[in-house]
Design a protein around this ligand. Structure first.
Ligand code: SF4
Length: 523
């Protein structure tokens, strides 16, 4: 045994021990029917070619390394943003284990979420009985003030009707008549985690306001509602609220999981912490307006805000980078009559100073990007402001109008001329793109590390380093605490990008006596 209780090894050093190397070699030899190494290398090389790229882009019935997650995952994040709310997923237990572990690996926090564990019988006869027991048990055991229900594929395939099931659960006395159980149907064979977030948010907003609009008056509470969308950077919840406070603007942040996803280690487990209150949601139609920080993923809720709350739901862009943060703050100022604070003007000036300091390193550097629609658009805009050149932009779940709007942004800048937008594609497509038209860097989530590994396997000169900005980020710690929005977020992104360029420079000039071209610290 190469390990014992006094010397426990994690997988990486463990698998380098002779005992494990021998085991793995025997397994390969006796059971794997592996192709010869030369053949594997030949196929690998072929997958890096233009010819393979063309075949890869004809692929229709298969997704490899998708740049998205499924709908209920988004619904769970949305529900976590409300005070004393338990996300409840009607469907299979395995799906919910996946949502919990996915968030747990990203946020390094325990994630509370229940499932009514539908199995074979429920798949045939429907899951109403599971829901009766599930709602009753969840309320009794975890004592939430609200249970927010979404669905997995299994419940959707058999056509379970949440409205009827929850209504019947009330009639049969499993939950009280007035106990809040908003719901959203979140079938994962359509849409993505962002669709699921929007659907759950709309479900909660609908539950508390649709039948209670009498006496509501737009602007009567003097507030601005902010809806974050599927947002995983905790710093973004904080920076938007800080900017509003500095402008003395009264606001309601509708869905704010920044407390429950960041509880302190002080000996007390908090199943619930912070979050938007039910009273805030009920009061939301009285606000001056509701602003969606990620408008391309908030279509369903925007309709409710316009049609039911009768608010303008003013169209804004994600406040990322310099110009779109300017626009966001000017819009807030226009809607509330509050001036932009001197502190924010100074912060803006500092960002401009940073851009000036770093532009020489970022000018002309080529970046491939993937992620959610609004994030990708905001990042593209900021790269163009920095004089950097986006080359491949990939978003799995966005519509044609999004593509057109993004194309117009690229066309308006000399740095956007050589960029292509890829909609509905995955990271195996991105792999082909970076092999056939190499950018300097990729910006995306942790799953891009497989692409970086493959490009390095072809040779150091083909390597495309990954800059981790996005979701999920499992293989680095605490990056979810960062900020990507506002001037503060632009500063953090700029720092990350320029230092990645300088790291790369050091790496390329580290051979003693050969590439250490001068005696300065910066080559
Ligand atoms: S895609 Fe469907 S089956 Fe898979 S985890 Fe999501 S809800 Fe469950």
């Amino acid at each position: 045994m190469s390990q014992d209780v006094e010397n426990i090894k994690t997988s990486y050093p463990l698998f380098t021990d002779d005992e494990y190397k021998d085991n793995l070699a025997r397994k390969r030899e006796n059971y794997e029917e592996r192709h010869p190494l030369e053949k594997i290398q030949e196929v690998f090389e072929w997958t890096t070619t233009e010819e393979y790229k063309e075949i890869n882009f004809k692929r229709k019935a298969l997704t490899i390394n998708p740049s998205k997650a499924c709908q209920p995952l988004g619904a769970v994040l949305c529900a976590l943003g409300f005070e004393k709310t338990m996300p409840y997923v009607h469907g299979s237990q395995g799906c919910v284990a996946y949502f919990r572990s996915y968030f747990n690996r990203h946020f390094k926090e325990p994630i509370s979420c229940v499932s009514d564990s539908m199995t074979e019988d429920a798949a045939v006869f429907g899951g109403q009985k599971n829901m009766y027991d599930g709602l009753e048990n969840c309320k009794a055991m975890y004592k939430p003030d609200m249970i927010a229900v979404s669905t997995t594929c299994m419940a959707e395939v058999i056509g379970d009707d949440l409205n009827a099931f929850i209504g019947n659960a009330r009639k049969e006395g499993h939950i009280p008549e007035d106990y809040p159980v908003p719901f959203a149907h979140t079938p994962s064979f359509a849409g993505s985690h962002t669709t699921g977030w929007d659907a759950m948010f709309e479900g909660i907003a609908r539950y508390f306001t649709l039948k209670y609009m009498e006496g509501k008056e737009v602007g009567s509470n003097g507030k601005i509602n902010i809806v974050p969308g599927f947002e995983t950077y905790l710093g973004n919840f904080r920076v938007i609220q800080r900017m509003l406070k500095e402008m003395d603007v009264d606001y309601s942040f509708l869905s704010d999981p920044s407390e429950v996803l960041d509880t302190p280690a002080d000996g007390e487990f908090r199943m619930y912490a912070g979050g938007t209150t039910q009273d805030e949601v009920k009061d939301a139609p009285n606000a001056i307006d509701t602003l969606f920080l990620q408008p391309w993923q908030s279509m369903k809720t925007r309709k409710l805000v316009k049609n039911t709350w009768q608010q303008p739901a003013t169209d804004i862009k994600i406040p990322m980078g310099l110009e779109w943060t300017d626009e966001f703050l000017m819009k807030i100022s226009e809607l509330t009559g509050k001036p932009i604070s001197a502190s924010l003007e100074k912060e803006r000036g500092r960002l401009v100073d940073m851009i000036t300091d770093s532009h020489a390193w970022l000018h002309g550097k080529k970046f491939a990007i993937w992620g959610d629609a609004d994030y990708v658009m905001g990042l593209t805009k900021f790269l163009l402001e920095l004089g950097a050149e986006p080359t491949h932009i990939l978003c799995n779940h966005a519509n044609k109008r999004w593509q057109k709007a993004l194309q117009a942004i690229l066309d308006a800048s000399p740095f956007g001329k050589n960029c292509e937008i890829y909609r509905g594609k995955d990271l195996w497509h991105m792999r082909s793109l970076v092999f056939t038209n190499k950018p300097d860097f990729m910006i995306g989530n942790s799953y891009g590390k497989f692409i970086q590994r493959d490009t390095l396997a072809k040779g150091k000169e083909f390597e495309v380093p990954l800059i981790r900005i996005g979701f999920p980020i499992f293989d680095r710690h605490h990056m979810h605490r960062d900020t990507t929005l506002g001037y503060e977020g632009a500063m953090q992104i700029l720092r990350t990008l320029v230092n990645a360029v300088l790291e790369r420079l050091d790496e390329e000039t580290s051979i003693m006596g050969e590439t250490d071209y001068n005696y300065d610290l910066v080559r």
